[in-house]
Every structure is written in C-alpha cells, then in structure tokens.
Design a protein around this ligand. Structure first.
Ligand SMILES: *Cc1c(COP(=O)(O)O)cnc(C)c1O
Length: 485
C-alpha cells in the first residue's frame, strides 16, 4: 500500500524555508507610529515551514485531485469545448499582446485593434450577422447585452414591449438574463418531438412580445426544422429573435443564425472557440446583431478608418453604453482568433461535421442500455433518460457517481428539465473512436451493474479523494481551509 501523502502543515519543521530573499534594507520591526498597534500582528502567522520541493509537491498534488480536460474524457452536455489547443497559449503570450496596457495610445496598439476588428468580422461572417461586439465576458453577459439592445431598439420606436418568450428546454440563463434586463418571461412547452410547439408559440405572441430566445440546435440536441416559420411568427408580431449560440459546434460553416432569421446572436468563445472553460473564467460572450440593431451596440466599437488605421469609436449616441471594463477579455479573444485562423472555414465546418457524427455514434450505441426520448438524428449532443433504472432503485445521479470510479467526468444530469432522469452527453469532435467506445462500454456496464448489483452503483464512488458530498451544503457552506488533525 502507498503511504498516505502528508499534508503541508504536517510536513512543517521549524526553520525550513522555501525561498531566498535579499537582506532586508529597512527596519524589520516597523515603528509604532508608522503602523497603528492595533494593526500589528501580536504572534507570528501560522504558516508551514517547508522546503521548496515540498511546496511544489503540495500544489501539484492538489491540482491532480482536480479533473480537467487534460486528465480525461469530459462529456458534459451544453458545455462543448473540451479542447484548448496549446498554440493558443503561445500566441496569447506574445509580448505585444501579453504586455499591453488598456490606457496605451491607440497608435501603439494597432496590431491588437486589427486582431479585434478581424475577429469581429470573422464571427459576423460565421453567424450571418452584420456587426459584432467582443465586450461581454460570458454567455449570460452576452444574453443580457443582446436583450438590452433589443429593449433599446423597441424603445427607440416608441413601442412598449415587455415580454420575452423562452421554450421549456432553454438554458437557465435565458429567463434569468431576460429578467435582469427588465423583461417578463413566458415559458412555452415543447411538443412530443422536443421541438417548439407552434400553436403554443402563436398563443404566446402579441403586441407586447419583445423577443423569442431560442437555442438551435436546442439543448436536447435537436435542430428546429420549422425555424423559418417560427421567425415569421415572431417578426409578424413585431418581436425580434435572439439566438443562444453558446454551443455552436453543430452548425459552423453549415448554416448561420442570420440566415435562419435571427436578429441577435451570442457565442461562448469558451464553448465554441477553444478558449479555456475552467475556473469560472475569464470568458467571452461576443454578441452579433443585424444592421437595425447596430446603433445600440456597446461602446466603444473597434472601427477602421479609410486609411487603414484602427480606432475606438465612442461617438455612438444610441449605444447601450459600456458593458465591460476596457474592451473585453483580450487574452481570451487572442486565443479564439488563433483557433479560427488555425482551422480556417473548411476546418471549422469539419469540426461541426465530426462533432455531430460522434454524438450520433454514441447515441446509437447507448440506445440498447438507456432510453432515448428523442430518437431522431441528433446534432452535437443528445439526451438519454435513466428512468429505466429506477425499478432497481438506481437513479441518474448514482450512474454519474459510478462513472467517477472509471476516471470519467460525468455528463450533465437533470438538465434539460423537461426530460425525466436526464443524462445529457456531448462528446465533441476531438475525441478518438477508442475513447468514445470505452466510455460507451462503461456506461453499458454500469446499467448492467444497476440491474444485477445495484448496491455497487448506489455506494459509488469508491476511488475518489472524497466520496459523496452534500452538494447543496458544499456549494452554500464550502470548507475552504485545511482541516488537518
Ligand atoms: C453555457 C450556456 C450559457 C451560459 O454561458 P455562460 O458563459 O456560462 O454564462 C447559455 N446558454 C447555453 C445554451 C449554454 O450552454
């Protein structure tokens, strides 16, 4: 058996140091009149005294307890990007990009502005929009930005439109953003095929409709075939169409929201354009708009003069204002730009084709062991139901916990809300057939375990640093300090 790894406080021995500093050239104890006595430490801080290698090993060990895309397969649905190309990191570290300051004169940052300008145009071309802002820092932030522009648009026409329609399969951020932007949300149910119910939509629209927010393909992985009819219903009522393009992997180079009739789109660069997803950011949720919404874009807008130089255009009287400090998360934008340049238009189309192929392959193979509520062709992701395992007392959560023992990050579970015991899988294009097969085999063997030895699944995981956590308490009252001894 391996000896238990000592934690850093247990390794501590008086006098050990992990650093070497130059000799102190100021008085070591500050005079009392310089720092008030109440702010001075009365006894030394309790810090571990260890060697440099111990510190490195401690943090490396902690990092290994985490699961990330560089550790293994990560089939989370509605989270797409599981690929952070290392070349992105190289370009983001170019001195001219990494060392830039937001207050530098524009003449000295022409290259950075050209990159932003080109990225805006690339994303506009990819989505079929007329102009793009790169300011928003996340998908939800992009949604809010788009909705604020929709609000400004209706107000500029003297119209009072207060309602935003969302389908019941929509991502939770959609109704949340609509509420924060000052709208009331109306949820419409999906039909038995998982699509927008046109009759329910017709009944919901009216003179107070500001917009419909739609994800297409939906979070069920289904493409809304009646999208042109949906767009006509909304436009006829005077509303606008908002496209949640957080995960656009299924459509790149194949179809565009702009061509489907959408007026506003946001993309998650951390889901569709290979920028890192972990740790809560920084992210980027650029927003594209059709021409009638251009006046309302956040300012400043990165623009190009006739002589070929670039500048920040602040002269935008109808703008909704600035939505992010400075100009967005620049380092992330450099990574997305690199990804687009690396793949090119043909490569991006191939990404989408392979993402869809992989999802369909897995769905077919898993259909013998799990229920597939919408068995047609899926796009980049698909949903299954673990409802069939309930008769053995096993639930979707237990299947997800058991996956941890086999070294997999579980897929998304219990979302979308309209599928019972939902399991939502998104393999993406970057995984090999061997990886997909190994995961499918594991899922099938867990379904078999559930039937034959349900207690094995119910008590999982066995092989992780911690066993089952109280997830609610873990989120609400996290214990963040080292509880040694
Ligand atoms: C992830 C996601 C969002 C929200 O994006 P954040 O960057 O997490 O704010 C919105 N819609 C869909 C469909 C998503 O998958």
């Amino acid at each position: 058996m391996k000896p238990e790894k000592a934690l850093i406080f247990e390794m501590s021995r008086p006098g050990r140091v992990a650093y070497s500093l130059p000799a102190c050239d100021v008085p070591e104890s500050a005079p009392a009149d310089y720092i008030p006595a109440s702010m001075l430490r009365s006894k030394p801080a309790e810090l571990p005294e260890v060697y440099e290698v111990d510190v490195i090993r401690h943090y490396t060990e902690l990092s290994r307890r985490n699961f990330g895309i560089d550790n293994g397969f990560y089939p989370l649905g509605s989270c797409t990007m599981k690929y952070n190309p290392k070349i992105n990191e190289n370009t983001a570290r170019f001195a001219g990009f990494a060392g830039i300051h937001p207050y530098q004169p524009v003449e000295s940052i022409q290259g950075a502005l050209e990159l932003l300008y080109t990225l805006q145009n690339d994303l506009a071309a990819l989505t079929g929009m007329d102009q793009v802002t790169l300011q928003p820092a996340a998908g939800a932030h992009g949604e809010w930005t788009g909705l604020m522009m929709i609000r400004a648009y209706h107000e500029s026409r003297g119209e009072k439109r207060t309602k935003v329609i969302v389908p019941d399969s929509s991502h939770g951020t959609n109704p949340a953003s609509a509420t924060v932007a000052g709208f009331e949300t109306i949820t419409i149910t999906s039909n038995e095929r998982g699509h927008v119910d046109l009759d329910a939509l017709r009944a919901a629209v009216g003179p107070d409709t500001a917009a419909l927010m739609l994800t297409n393909p939906s979070t069920l992985g289904l493409f809304e075939e009646q999208i042109e009819e949906i767009a006509a219903i909304i436009h006829k009522a005077g509303g606008l169409l908002y496209y949640d393009g957080a995960n656009s992997n299924a459509i790149m180079g194949i179809t565009r929201p702009g061509d489907m009739g959408f007026d506003v789109v946001h993309l998650n660069l951390h889901k569709t354009m290979s920028t890192p997803h972990g740790g809560g950011g920084p992210g980027a949720g650029p927003v594209g708009v059709k021409s009638r919404l251009i006046p309302f874009l956040p300012k400043p807008v990165v623009a190009k003069r006739e002589d070929g130089t670039f500048y920040f255009d602040f002269d935008r009287p109808a703008s909704i204002g600035r939505v992010k400090a400075y100009y967005g998360n620049f380092g992330i934008l450099v990574r997305a730009y690199t990804y687009i340049r690396t793949y090119g238009p043909e490569g991006l189309r191939r990404v989408s084709e392979c993402a869809v192929l992989n999802a369909n392959y897995m769905m077919r193979r898993l259909s013998n062991a799990y229920e597939i509520p919408y068995p047609g062709v899926c796009k980049h992701e698909f949903v299954m139901s673990g409802r069939g395992l309930k008769r053995y007392g096993v639930r979707t959560l237990d299947v997800a916990k058991r996956l941890l023992d086999f070294g997999y990050h579980p897929p998304t579970i219990y979302f979308p809300l309209n599928v019972e015991e939902c399991i939502m899988i998104e393999p993406t294009e970057t995984e090999s057939k061997e990886t997909l097969d190994a995961f499918v085999d594991t899922m099938i063997s867990i379904a078999k375990e559930a039937e034959e030895t349900p207690e094995v699944v119910l008590n999982a995981p066995y092989d992780t640093v911690v066993r089952r956590l109280d997830e609610t308490q873990a989120a609400r009252k996290p214990v963040l300090n080292c509880s040694c001894g």
